[in-house]
Design a protein around this ligand. Structure first.
Ligand SMILES: *Cc1c(COP(=O)(O)O)cnc(C)c1O
Length: 396
């Protein structure tokens, strides 16, 4: 088989995807980041502080847990990478810790971010409190109403939450507001993007900060099984950051089969879905060339999923490339399948997963295993935030 390079090029591309499609007024900000991020991340004092915060503040390494009863049910050896045990309850904190240190090194005093469901807003407000930096979170007016507990968390940690009142008053409008802010405050402000999306170098930078997930997993697999290579690695995909972190150090090991679970919502053909790899076409979204759900005339289609974190109309550019080259298999999981998987994990293992993570778990139902195969699943977050949804859905 011909060798395919899955990594980013000098110009910021993964095959046909990536790049920086941004208004001219954002060029200086993006250039400053692009010219400096690799040097800063490589510095010993950056690495020392990053590793120290991951250990003592986030609580890493997160365990690689052998789920015995789940393994018995599916006839494989199934490990869960426990990102749900991180401080703030998900993988998102790995990235915000990295970016806040970067912002500090760049001399930035003010942090902005956009958030949909509020999880990235909370992870950003957390590290701003940690570093005593001003924190402005843009959030759609509709989302502010739907996600009141996360808004309260952000405010409690000292963040200012600014409602986006244009368009559908959701994530895409919050993103536009954050971009406008950054254009107006280029010198003192850093924009923390929460997934492997946006203009280069964001997708690459975020995947590097999240790559700690697979770095730890390989070492932990050696301890458990004697080998760093499992047969399968599974993760859910919204923008794709927990999946990129989980896949990162396995990409060049072609024996490891990588599977990414997208949210099918009510069904891929129901008109209420977020299954980008099936429904999407190539185009530009949030500053990069990728695959996104769009109408014939290029209007972004509102995605739908029961899990707010997977409710995104595109996937990051590296995922678009991994899809096109078939290095990663993209599968679609409905709301109902994910909810069943949430209940199953809760009752078999005493672990209530985030509904996002349950999309990866649900794929187990569709696989058949040959005896002693080894499977790693990224449990990207815990289900506390989803309790209201569980209560309504299961009539608890
Ligand atoms: C935000 C979120 C996701 C989706 O984001 P990715 O960038 O695709 O990882 C998945 N799981 C949890 C728990 C989340 O909070």
């Amino acid at each position: 088989m011909a060798h395919t390079n899955y990594r980013v090029t000098e110009k910021g591309y993964y095959g046909d995807f990536g790049g920086a499609y941004i208004p001219e007024m954002l060029y200086p900000n993006i250039e400053e980041l692009r010219n400096n991020y690799l040097n800063i991340i490589a510095q010993p004092d950056f690495q020392a502080e990053f590793q120290s915060l991951l250990k003592d503040y986030v609580g890493r390494p997160s365990p690689l847990y052998l789920a015995k009863r789940l393994s018995e049910k599916y006839g494989a050896t199934i490990f869960l990478k426990r990102e749900d045990l991180n401080h703030t309850g998900a993988h998102k904190i790995n990235n915000t810790v990295g970016q806040i240190l970067l912002a500090e090194k760049l001399g930035k005093k003010r942090i902005i971010a956009e958030t949909g469901a509020g999880q990235h807003g909370v992870a950003t407000a957390t590290v701003c409190a940690l570093k005593g930096l001003e924190c402005i979170i843009y959030m759609g007016e509709v989302d502010i109403e739907r996600q009141a507990p996360n808004v309260a968390r952000m405010k409690m940690m000292g963040a200012t939450v600014i409602p986006a009142t244009s368009g559908s008053k959701t994530l895409k409008d919050a993103t536009n507001e954050a971009m406008r802010d950054w254009i107006n405050n280029p010198v003192d402000t850093h924009y923390i993007i929460g997934s492997v999306v946006g203009p280069h170098p964001y997708p690459e930078m975020v995947s590097r900060f999240q790559s700690i997930i697979s770095e730890e997993t390989k070492k932990q697999l050696v301890e458990h099984t004697g080998s760093p290579s499992p047969d399968y690695v599974l993760a859910c995909v919204g923008g794709g950051s927990n999946a990129m972190g989980m896949f990162y150090h396995f990409l060049d090991d072609e024996h490891v089969r990588l599977i990414a679970a997208e949210a099918a919502g009510l069904g891929v053909n129901s008109g209420h879905s977020a299954a980008t790899s099936v429904l999407g076409k190539e185009g530009v979204l949030h500053g990069s060339r990728t695959i996104l759900m769009q109408t014939e005339d290029g209007q972004v289609i509102e995605p739908y999923s029961i899990s707010a974190g997977l409710d995104y109309p595109g996937i990051g550019p590296q995922h678009a490339h991994l899809h096109k080259t078939k290095r990663v298999e993209y599968v679609s999981i409905t709301d109902a399948e994910a909810m069943d998987a949430s209940l199953l994990l809760s009752q078999l293992e005493g672990i209530i997963p985030a509904i996002e993570s349950a999309h990866a778990l649900a794929q187990l139902e569709k696989m058949t295993f040959k005896g002693d195969e080894i499977v790693v699943i990224c449990l990207s977050g815990r289900g506390d935030k989803d309790l209201n949804t569980f209560m309504k859905y299961f009539n608890l």
